[in-house]
Ligand binder design. Structure first.
Ligand code: FE
Ligand code: FE
Ligand code: ZN
Length: 273
């Protein structure tokens, strides 16, 4: 059985997130490491984090999947902005050390006209530098919808980054809305898409999933999330995903347009599939 959870607010600290997750039937969760649009990060309380680590263990949680800020673009064209983003990444990884052994997922970035190859070099350079500290966190690149100049809209682009970094503790988080919008038909042929992932990247690199239905049709490159069963993926696709043997032990995070009661209902739905 996969682990199921959703995005939670970290405004009340780490232990509060664990308790909230438990109250809605989740056994994993995601949180933004800082304000998703800004760059402020509240200092962490080591006692709170230590209590959360204990509660996660007692509660039988799967790996958490923290999310880097959307604004962190490691391959922006402006060198100063790029250095700033790289500093954010490094600080995020350092902060993740308070909850050792979890996942940190982020959007590879937008190359803004520089081209994919330059972007891959820049993203990989920032990752090598930040990860060289050896913080106890596995870093995940998110599969993207290929909107605008987004990098990571194809398995090949993600593989280029993995190869350029060359570290074991770097993997992939597969977002169901993004891959479908990006032109991988998980509705008609989930097995075929996973086989393609395995051929290009290797399924051993697939560490987590984001479960989102899509408001748009196949290959639309739009990236608009819908609630589970209310978009073009449909509940049958999620049944296949939740039961797939290759995905059985993965944390699966909802990023659907919901408040807590909606998330609770969706987690219940996913467990019933
Ligand atoms: Fe994301
Ligand atoms: Fe996502
Ligand atoms: Zn998205």
């Amino acid at each position: 059985m996969p682990y199921f959870g959703c995005h939670l607010s970290m405004s009340k600290g780490d232990l509060a997130m664990v308790r909230t997750a438990q109250s809605i039937g989740a056994d994993t969760f995601a949180f933004f490491t800082r304000d998703p649009r800004g760059s402020r990060a509240k200092p962490k309380d080591p006692k709170d984090s230590a209590a959360a680590v204990e509660a996660l263990r007692e509660g039988g949680f799967g790996p958490l999947v923290a999310h880097g800020a959307y604004t962190m673009n490691l391959c922006t064209a402006d060198p100063e902005a790029r250095a700033f983003a790289a500093g954010i990444l490094e600080e995020d990884l350092r902060r993740m050390a308070a909850l050792p052994g979890q996942f940190y997922n982020f959007h590879p970035g937008c190359h803004v006209g520089q081209g994919v190859e330059a972007a891959v070099d820049q993203i990989a350079g920032a990752l090598r530098q930040a990860m060289a500290h050896g913080y106890p966190v596995t870093v995940l690149l998110e599969t993207m919808a290929g909107k605008g100049t987004e990098v990571g809209g194809t398995f090949q682009e993600l593989k280029m980054i993995l190869d350029a970094v060359g570290r074991e503790d770097l993997g992939i988080c597969l977002d169901t809305c993004h891959v479908y919008d990006g032109g991988y038909d998980i509705v008609a042929d989930l097995d075929g898409v996973l086989a393609e992932f395995d051929r290009v990247i290797g399924l051993d690199k697939l560490k987590a999933l984001h479960l989102n239905d899509s408001k748009n049709p196949f290959a639309s490159h739009k990236d608009r999330h819908a609630c589970i069963g209310q978009g073009s993926l449909g509940v049958d696709t999620f049944r296949l995903i939740c039961r797939h043997p290759a995905l059985a032990d993965k944390p699966m995070i909802l990023e659907t347009p919901n408040e807590l009661p909606g998330y609770q209902a969706e987690i219940q739905l996913l467990r019933s599939l």
